[in-house]
Write a protein that binds this ligand. Structure first.
Ligand code: KIV
Length: 261
């Protein structure tokens, strides 16, 4: 995609955030399963259910017109049984209004990617660090740092492109590997912790705006939303306790009402 403007993607989990993304001309709103640790209070993404994810996808899709809405598929909601995988992926488009799904990819998702694509469900692949494998990795380590592992990522990227994936997320891999994969593929790569040479970038919304308590080293805070929210809540508590809120302009008295008590 040399010469083209990089693709912008951010996660979104609710309608107000989706509107902010659309107004800022963000290309893609990813309703990530990161909703689990970012907003639902889970320690990992593993407990997120299809129903939970679907409800957030619906909220984002209803609030957007131009932005491409991509729905993540939760852990074990795909790749176990083909019919179930298709039903779960299809639900995100048919009932919730997403335009595509994202799968954390591996050798087990090549055929599924082809099947979904044939059925009219566009698939965004995801390689490198795939957080649904946290228990296999024992954490969230960088991926593709050894030659054999880097080659496996490139091979899988090619296999998913051949299977019909329309884009590929590359997470937490060396930037030179991401650059090689980007050069090798026709479809766009979208990086997170993968350096500057991908065709686009994605961040978790709460990390990007400075709402998260903790952010990974590869992320950047472009604002201090947490600080602003804390300030507003402190001011609210102070105003209620100090009886300066509600003031006259926030209330109205109805002249026609007789005293009831
Ligand atoms: O779930 C998510 O938010 C993601 C992005 C970090 C790519 O998969």
């Amino acid at each position: 995609m040399a010469g083209e403007e990089p693709i912008t993607m951010l996660t979104a989990y609710d309608a107000p955030t989706a509107v902010i993304l659309e107004d800022a001309d963000v290309d893609i709103a990813l309703v990530g399963d990161s909703v689990g640790n970012v907003t639902l209070g889970y320690e990992t993404t593993l407990p997120v259910t299809v129903d939970e994810l679907a409800s957030h996808v619906g909220a984002v899709a209803r609030a957007t017109e131009e932005t491409l809405v991509v729905a993540d598929l939760p852990f074990l909601s795909y790749g176990v049984d083909e019919a179930q995988s298709i039903e779960n992926a299809g639900r995100m488009l048919k009932e919730e209004g997403a335009q595509a799904v994202k799968l954390e990819s591996g050798p087990h998702t090549v055929e599924l990617t082809e099947k979904l694509t044939q059925l009219g469900i566009p698939v965004m692949a995801h390689l490198g660090l795939t957080p649904q494998h946290v228990n296999r990795y024992g954490g969230y380590p960088r991926q593709g740092t050894e030659q054999a592992a880097a080659e496996r990522i490139l091979d899988l990227a090619r296999a998913h492109e051949d299977a019909g994936a329309f884009a590929l997320v590359l997470e937490h891999v060396p930037s030179n590997l991401a650059a090689d994969v980007t050069d090798a593929l026709e479809i766009p790569t979208i990086g997170i912790g993968a350096g500057p040479d991908c065709d686009g970038q994605v961040l978790v919304f709460n990390d990007a705006v400075g709402l998260s308590e903790w952010t990974p080293s590869f992320s950047k805070q472009f604002g201090d939303v947490r600080g602003e929210m804390e300030r507003a809540v402190d001011d609210y508590v102070e105003a209620v306790e100090g009886e300066t809120f509600p003031a006259d302009e926030h209330a109205h008295e109805e002249g026609g009402l007789e005293d009831l008590y």
